[in-house]
Design a protein around this ligand. Structure first.
Ligand SMILES: O=C(O)CCC(=O)C(=O)O
Length: 268
């Protein structure tokens, strides 16, 4: 079973993120990409997020886990076990989202912390983290994630309206960038970035000819159950799947999509 090493845990503690190369195989990512491109449902359910330049990025958020390939990844031990290590105990699925950053149109994200938003959902502690998995290659040119190492130690910063999005106070952000470096998290397909809910991150618009799709799986510590109901789930035990089930679920998912395509209907 994959686990983060003491050195990787120390890196997360210092930097607020840790990158794990090839957490998923090329075969798994090729299949996920094929599924994503053929999946009318994720396109139909996608919401738009505009940036200040008028570029629009699309994302499809899921609060529940099913038997599809996206859910199999969010449930699999390769992702969940490191999350348990990082959050210090049992975790539950908070949501997952496919980020469909399309060539030449995919918009930018302003500087923010995920816990900047999740705080408002009744989660008292920042015992929350995400795993971003590169489905396509993510590069500087197609708008890969940018992170500020060590920024999780700043605690939660005030968020407000920034260029039409909810972002960190720009005056404070400028000061942060005077003191801390900025890192472009370039990733090959299958590489995963585990990052803390208070790690500052953003991304540029995708002006390149290559799409930049990622799957982001987000978790909350079981002991950090929100004190109020909101649009993401409260604690519910997470059924963890063996890693092999990712490919099995993907193959079954693809077969379902192929059948739906042949019948000219949208797969459920
Ligand atoms: O996909 C990206 O580039 C950024 C996404 C992000 O920051 C988020 O979902 O919180």
């Amino acid at each position: 079973m994959f686990e983060l090493s003491p050195a990787q845990l120390a890196q997360y503690e210092a930097d607020g993120y840790v990158m794990v190369e090839q957490l998923f195989s090329r075969e798994e990512m090729d299949l996920l990409l094929r599924i994503g491109k053929a999946d009318r449902k994720i396109q139909l359910d996608a919401t738009d997020r505009s940036d200040s330049q008028g570029f629009v990025t699309r994302l499809t958020v899921r609060n529940t886990l099913e038997s599809d390939m996206y859910s199999a990844i969010a449930r699999c031990r390769r992702v969940v076990r490191p999350m348990e290590q990082l959050l210090g105990g049992e975790v539950y699925h908070y949501h997952h989202k496919m980020m469909l950053k399309e060539p030449e149109v995919g918009g930018a994200w302003e500087w923010h912390q995920d816990y900047g938003y999740w705080y408002n959902n009744g989660c008292l502690y920042p015992l929350m983290a995400s795993c971003m998995i590169a489905v396509d290659r993510a590069t500087k040119a197609n708008g890969c994630l940018q992170v500020v190492p060590g920024s999780q130690h700043l605690g939660r910063l005030d968020h407000g309206k920034v260029a039409g999005q909810t972002g960190v106070d720009p005056e404070r952000m400028a000061q942060v960038l005077e003191r801390l470096p900025l890192v472009y998290a370039e990733m090959e397909p299958g590489t995963a970035l585990f990052f803390h809910g208070n790690t500052l991150h953003r991304s540029d618009a995708n002006l390149s000819k290559d799409s930049r799709w990622t799957l982001i799986c987000c978790y909350n510590a079981a002991r950090n159950n929100p004190y109020k109901e909101h649009h993401h789930p409260c604690y519910m035990p997470l059924e963890q799947w063996q890693d092999e089930r990712v490919l099995e679920a993907g193959k079954a998912h693809w077969a379902e999509l192929e059948q739906a395509l042949a019948q000219g209907v949208v797969a459920p």
